[in-house]
Ligand binder design. Structure first.
Ligand SMILES: Nc1ncnc2c1ncn2[C@@H]1O[C@H](COP(=O)(O)OP(=O)(O)O)[C@@H](O)[C@H]1O
Ligand SMILES: [Mg+2]
Length: 223
């Protein structure tokens, strides 16, 4: 609230690929993001609002191994409405109407997690490719692997391991932040990915096969 007194910029949607479970916004002059659970999830998600909350709570109380972003949970957070970009207000009304309420001059957010803002890894890697920066590219991919391994060593299987779900801190450390598919490694049931029917399926953002609880898929090794 102090920072809001001393700044004048607007809350905007977070950079990067939009979430299927969370809607995320930020204030450019302040280094955090605000994450609200959407009212509805895409059909490829097998989680409920309660499961999402349970998984965030698991992360809060588990060894984060320096590789999971910490979150602060707020209920009934009130922020000045005039500081919200109009497109963001529209987005919140569309995807998270159950979690927000407009009261005289105030946006009331019934439930939100606040977390450090990072550069999404997909954006970091795209930038490295654009600038032909081999060092940045190597660092990003190498740290991504280390992050997954160190989480596994702490008995955490990250689940949704697409680049968009990892962030790069100001110091270049890679941290995972998408918790709705997180599991204890010892509870996972690993399976092979079925063959795609056509190549585009394999290139799509979303999986082309159905996934049951506890199942984690891996590619068959061809070589
Ligand atoms: N800590 C963060 N810093 C910067 N951007 C973030 C952060 N957390 C999420 N985002 C952005 O919001 C998007 C959705 O967030 P995510 O936690 O992955 O939700 P979902 O479970 O819905 O995919 C991400 O793809 C990323 O672009
Ligand atoms: Mg995500």
């Amino acid at each position: 609230m102090d920072h809001l007194q001393q700044s004048s910029d607007l809350f905007l949607p977070a950079e990067g690929i939009k979430g299927m479970v969370m809607t995320v916004f930020t204030l450019p002059s302040y280094p955090v993001v605000f994450k609200i659970i959407k009212d509805r999830f895409s059909s490829s998600k097998y989680v409920s609002r309660e499961i999402v909350k349970e998984r965030y709570a698991l992360v809060k109380h588990h060894d984060r191994a320096g590789r999971l972003a910490d979150t602060q949970e707020f209920t009934n957070l009130q922020l000045p409405l005039e500081r919200f970009d109009s497109d963001l207000i529209e987005e919140l009304k569309q995807v998270a109407a159950g979690s927000v309420e407009i009261l005289a001059g105030t946006l009331l957010i019934k439930h939100v997690w606040v977390e450090r803002r990072m550069t999404p890894l997909n954006i970091y890697l795209q930038e490295a490719l654009r600038n032909e920066n081999e060092e940045q590219l190597f660092h990003g991919v190498n740290e991504y692997g280390k992050c997954i391994k160190e989480l596994a060593a702490a008995n955490i299987f990250a689940g949704d391991m697409l680049f968009k779900n990892f962030g790069v801190t100001r110091h270049g450390r890679i941290v995972f932040y998408d918790y709705d598919e997180i599991m204890y490694l010892t509870d996972c049931n690993f399976r092979h990915i079925p063959e795609p029917m056509y190549p585009e399926q394999e290139l799509a953002d979303e999986p082309w096969y159905s996934i049951g609880p506890g199942m984690c898929f891996r590619k068959s090794l061809i070589c």
